[in-house]
Design a protein around this ligand. Sequence first.
Ligand SMILES: Nc1nc2c(ncn2[C@@H]2O[C@H](COP(=O)(O)OP(=O)(O)OP(=O)(O)O)[C@@H](O)[C@H]2O)c(=O)[nH]1
Ligand SMILES: [Mg+2]
Length: 283
Amino acid sequence: MMAIEQPPERHWSGQQLMMMNSSCAEVGDLPSNSRLETETKESAQEKLALVIPTLREAGNIRGVLEHTRSVLDPLGIRYEILVVDDDSDDGTGEIVSAIAVEDPRVRLIVRKDAKGVAGAILLGWQNTDATILGEMDADLQHPPELLSALVSAILEGRDAAVGSRYADGGSLGDWNPARKLLSAAALWVALPVQRKQIRVKDPTSGFFLVRRECVDRIQFQRTGFKLLLEILVRGRVGSIKEIPYAFSSRDQGVSKATFRVACEYAELLAKLYWERFGFHRSM
Ligand SMILES: Nc1nc2c(ncn2[C@@H]2O[C@H](COP(=O)(O)OP(=O)(O)OP(=O)(O)O)[C@@H](O)[C@H]2O)c(=O)[nH]1
Ligand SMILES: [Mg+2]
């Protein structure tokens, strides 16, 4: 299996490979970006790149890919689904490779030397020329049907569209009370750092779309699960729509949401508080 499946006509420079090993990554170093803007204006065509990060999701990945394609196909938008797998040892990559042979809109990128959801998403986004970027989990907790409403929200003019468990009509599924409490606490501590104009009820959602120009050339933290919060605070998002959905139970496999993920979230929050409120100025 190839370490990184290159997109057509794209080659990593040594500098870009080094950047993938640092603790932050940005989307906007894509050489294709200005070319992309011209092309988009000329053809007036949008393209969606949906990244699905995977770590040992062999039991789920075939189903989620089939389901997602069946939702996106009728929308009439150009799209690709990038599965960014952290070298899973359960055959996840092999399943995706086999599907990708049949459908070139499905692509596999394998990272051999890193872990972390945010870094996987950013790597996927760096490897596409799409105008609309997105993230969705592999374990079918995010209903692919919602993609239709998320895509519509962007095409109607929003900079970002978020699948929301906390908006009216959304729900957390069968989480136990302790997890519900932790999740509520994670939202509460994120409230002050969010920008008022685009404040959402579910800033820790892992199911969202964002316009490429909102995240271009911004350095984001590669560790942890909560890329959306950082995008809302540090990105160029001017308008946003939250669309409720019911979070379901994981279909197959085991959770990767560990204590370490909580620590990485705390690290991200500390950084965002620091930047937003400039505590350093008084020190
Ligand atoms: N590439 C990559 N993907 C990851 C990593 N950790 C988790 N994932 C994927 O990120 C998504 C979210 O992880 P989950 O384990 O489902 O986290 P969660 O939804 O908060 O936890 P559960 O509700 O227990 O499923 C899934 O598609 C995972 O396979 C990682 O280190 N690298
Ligand atoms: Mg999950």
